[in-house]
Design a protein around this ligand. Sequence first.
Ligand code: ARG
Length: 641
Amino acid sequence: EEENVGNTKRQLAKLFEVSLRRIVPDEPDVEPVIAACTGKFGDYQCNNAMGLWSKVKGKGSEFRGPPSVGQAIMKNLPGSEIIESCSVAGPGFVNVVLSKKWLAKVSQYETLPKYLYYIVFVILNFLVFGSLALKITFDFGWGTSVSSWSNTLACTRNALTLWSIQKMLTDGIDKWAPQLPIKRAVVDFSSPNIAKEMHVGHLRSTIIGDTLARILEFSNVEVLRRNHVGDWGTQFGMLIEFLFEKFPNIEDVNETAIGDLQAFYKSSKQRFDDDPAFKERAQRAVVSLQGGEPRYRNAWLKICEISRKEFHKVYERLGVHLEEKGESFYNPYIPGVLKELSDKGLIEDSQGARVIFLEGFNIPLIVVKSDGGFNYASTDLAALWYRLNEEKADWIIYVTDVGQQQHFNMFFEAAKRAGWLPTDGALKPKVTHVGFGLVLGEDGKRFRTRSSEVVRLVDLLDEAKDRSKKVLVERGWTEQELNQIAEAVGYGAVKYADLKNNRLTNYTFDFDQMLSDKGNTAVYLLYAHARICSIIRKSGKNIEELKKTGEIVLDHDGERELGLHLLQFSENVEETCTNLLPNVLCEYLYNLSEVFTKKFYSNCQVVGSPEETSRLLLCEATAIVMRKCFNLLGIEPVYKI
Ligand code: ARG
């Protein structure tokens, strides 16, 4: 079986888990917290001691403080070929130096053909050059018997980094994709409501959901990207009736005739509230629509069609692909699903409605309203049933604002009671609500326009593009290049400003800040990438040739640090995936660009140095990893600035 080079962290976590179970058997929920570190004491660190101490202190445990917990964690680690040595530092951090032997195994496995090639090379050189060959052999790290222990370790560690990066350069970055125990996932995201404008809240769902889908796809999960649009419900009675009033001939209806759908929605609502006769007609229209009367169904289809076109424009600009399966799609499944739940004794009558009472919630989950209609929850139950049984998804992810958390928790709980989801600790199938916070304006309140209207997404994107165009104009681009780059930079900036924050926190929408070329912004990162590309271009070397023939050497500290950081790409993607936190990937990307600039590029001359080939390859590897990060974040890279 092929070793996954990015799995070091996960393998370490397994070992620490054993140790934790041994020292605190009564705390089975304590998970190992492992972090990569760049200090001189180790390659990775286990950070559980302090947290564990606060759990066990005062409970008559044998520990005397975080450092002694750290010691215990270290002493109870099972023997493993991964770890060379451990030490406890500060308040109980357990530092791990990776084992030379284990690394050697990985690098040996990875390099078998080259290894053979080297033996031949060395023998030949021995015959021809004698002592020179000895020096090459030693430099390469085989001087185990002569060199000091740590020196050898350093050599082998470099060898791992070197071979793995080399392998990525020749075989492509897909080699570094994490492996997840998931076959098929549904990502339910964006999901705006028909006849209402997409607003900045839907922007968050669209951006976050798209990134999660991309990362899962990269990790070889089959992803069903689902747009759960609100295309069903009582508001359609009102819209259809209003449509009939405005357009006695349905053939006249098109997007130019209707104009702004949001305005259309508003006026029909006005009409609904003002005129009782209209209201009554609207309520009857709902019944006709649900009964499948063609005239009503056609009107409904028209409204959906126009709305869909509007949404599509935004998706196209953002480069987001989605498949619409709106609420209406699941409507036919609701009666059967409710019958199943009812047969299982879950559903009760309550004040004329049909509800599910759930432990831990102060309100019941209403599944049939008192007027006999279905609602958001009944639709979601049917959709979940469909996704589990028809689509056979083993992970279903819902991306909405945190305000909907209770709704999700409730119907997840109902699904558990129905036996659809495991309650015995089994990991699959799994459902997750990915909540996110609000987008705030500069005044710290919900983001609105000056006239306190909901901000329209298209306007936002226009402004982002125009603003970045203004800055770029001064750089002397052709009109066509300018447009393309202004979009890459402008839309990239909007996406990155959203993704770089922990999604649960609110964030302030600030054009000046997100379009700044300094600090942790897309603009800064896109420029950093373009600069790396220009280093390679200006060297005049054919990088594709160098990939085949050149060797990476990581002698300088800056080179080694960059190499290790590149290798940690995979575990960062994995963490982003398992916790569904895109900000983890953003942070990795930002740090990569910092390590490149501050540790590597400012200390290691590239073009014209004796190490030129190796360093150009490191530049190329950095550019490839950055581009993959951009790709996973839905950001279009630029190659020139
Ligand atoms: N249409 C809903 C809204 O705009 C979001 C739907 C989310 N998906 C779901 N399966 N409930 O708030």
